[in-house]
Structure formats: C-alpha cells, structure tokens
Design a protein around this ligand. Structure first.
Ligand code: NAP
Length: 262
C-alpha cells in the first residue's frame, strides 16, 4: 500500500482526489491537510465509513503520518513552499497546482535530487489534454500560425492556465521563429489580442459553467484546424493523479508532464 496525504483536501480538486484515493485499492489515505480545517473529510464527501480530520499544519501532518506521497491541489501562491516542505520530509510530491515558474521548477528539481526523493508535476492530469498537446505539437510543424484559447471556471486564480503555457512551450520546440498577424495591427483596447508566449497568442476566458477547456487553432491558406479538449468534470483528472501516485517513487529527480509516465 502506498500512503498518500492530500494537501488542499477541502478544495474542489482536493475533495475529488480524496474520494479517488479512497476508491483505489493500492493507495491508503494517510491524512488530509488544507488551510481550512475540518473534523472529518468523510462527511464532506458523503462517506460515512471514513473518519479522517483535515489538519491545517502541513509540517506536523507530514511528521505524524509519514506518507510516501503528498498530492498537492492548493494555490499558486503556496505550492512551491508545500513541495519544498514535502521534499524536506522525504515525501514525494505529486503536484497538480498550476502557476509554478521555470525558476521554481529548477529549485524543486535540485531539491528532489538533494533529498533523493522523486517529485512529479503535471499541469494537466487529463489524458485527453495530454493528447491535445501532442497532436498540436505535430500540427505546428505544418501550420506555424496558431493561437490558443483556454476556458476555465471563474474561481481559477492564475492565467494563462498551466496547460496553455505548456502547449505554447511544446509548439515552440518545433515551430520556427515566426511573426503572426498584420505587422501594423493596432490594439484599440489594451491586450485585446491576448497575451503572448514566444510569439503565440494566448487567450484566457473565465466564466461560471466551465471546468477546464482548451482550443488550439491553426490557420493555413484557405483552411483552419482546431484541436479541442474539454474536461467536463474533475473526475477526468483522477486516473492521471492515481497513476502518478503509484509511479512517482520509481522515478528520479523531478518529472514534469503526464506523458512521461503513460
Ligand atoms: P480550490 O477549490 O481553491 O482549492 C484549493 C484549496 O487549497 C482550498 O481549500 C484552499 O483553501 C487550500 N489552500 C490554500 N492555501 C493552502 C495552504 N497553504 N495549505 C493547504 N491548503 C491550502 O482550487 P481547485 O479548483 O481545487 O484547484 C487547485 C489547483 O489545482 C489550482 O492551481 C488549479 O489550477 C489546479 N488544477 C490542476 C489540474 C491538473 O490537472 N493539473 C486540474 C484542475 C485544477 P482556501 O480556500 O482557504 O484558500
């Protein structure tokens, strides 16, 4: 059995993850942590057979329960410290929280090596999203003109999404330096053409009703190609998260991206 602690257990993703860990025969829920404490996480997900409190001090919970893995679905502002705390306790982080900078990733990579404790981070745990990024990278070899639209629920704190940022990064590994749009275009409203990553325009939509969606639109002579992925509920991320929990201890250093363990 792999002992798993869930950090951010009171959140939208955290509660779904708690249910998925409880249903996974190879995993044992070894604790739950969140900025908001609770007497019993089982009560929050309608499971009378579970009686595990949500604690508020990560450090103490790691010492008390000594899990093998800490799943983190918290917030961009705190995820780096959470990961460093887990590694200091030689607990492997499996991270879904987005917003980590390249610099933060390098520090995590170094710490994982120093502590001889593998870490895993995925900007998107949905299999379909991983395929969307792979197909988009393939298409970009033939269609260098591309824009990305990501659409998420309005409680999301960071923009662009980690998936959109990673998609642009992957496309730019195969796409030659390329200027898009009219050279003399003028934005009459500030940033109406979206943000830019390596010459690719990114557009972030935030509205109630969405979960996590992305369109990668390619334009060519007389044609467009759209690759779209929709996570219609948070269950879509669970198989990926469970797989990462089972595999992380067999990795070395820091691994980024679900595609690396499929
Ligand atoms: P959420 O509902 O806001 O949940 C985050 C939870 O973490 C909240 O209960 C929050 O408490 C808690 N928290 C804040 N600071 C904390 C700390 N220092 N220690 C422990 N817990 C803390 O957000 P969500 O929708 O679940 O999303 C969480 C993250 O996962 C976001 O970054 C989102 O983009 C990402 N995400 C990733 C994937 C993926 O596949 N990789 C999929 C979906 C979402 P308060 O409310 O009191 O702040």
């Amino acid at each position: 059995m792999i002992k798993v602690m869930v950090n951010g257990a009171h959140g939208r993703m955290g509660l779904t993850v708690v249910g998925a860990v409880l249903d996974e025969p190879e995993l044992e829920l070894a604790g739950a942590v969140d900025a908001i404490g609770a007497d019993d996480v089982g009560e929050l997900i309608g499971r009378k057979d579970v009686n595990i409190p949500i604690e508020t001090a990560l450090d103490r919970a790691l010492e008390t329960h000594q899990p093998d893995v800490m799943i983190d679905f918290t917030q961009p502002a705190v995820v780096f410290d959470n990961v460093m705390t887990a590694l200091a306790h030689k607990v492997s982080p499996v991270v879904g929280t987005t917003g980590l900078s390249d610099e933060a990733l390098e520090k995590i990579r170094a710490e994982a090596v120093k502590q001889a404790t593998p870490a895993f981070i995925a900007p998107n745990f949905a299999l379909g999203a991983v395929l969307m990024m792979k197909f988009a990278t393939e298409a970009a070899k033939y269609f260098p003109d591309v824009e990305i639209i990501e659409l998420h629920h309005d409680k999301k704190l960071d923009a662009p999404s980690g998936t959109a940022a990673l998609t642009a990064k992957m496309i730019n590994t195969v796409r030659a330096e390329h200027r898009q749009g009219h050279p003399n275009e003028v934005e009459k409203i500030d940033r109406v053409r979206g943000g830019e990553s390596g010459g690719i325009r990114l557009h972030s939509v935030r509205l109630p009703g969405f979960v996590a969606h992305q369109e990668v639109i390619f334009g060519g002579l007389g044609q467009t190609l759209t690759i779209r992925h929709d996570s219609i509920n948070r269950e879509s991320f669970m198989p990926g998260v469970m797989l990462a929990c089972k595999k992380v201890r067999s990795l070395t250093g820091l691994t980024v991206g679900l595609d690396k363990i499929l």
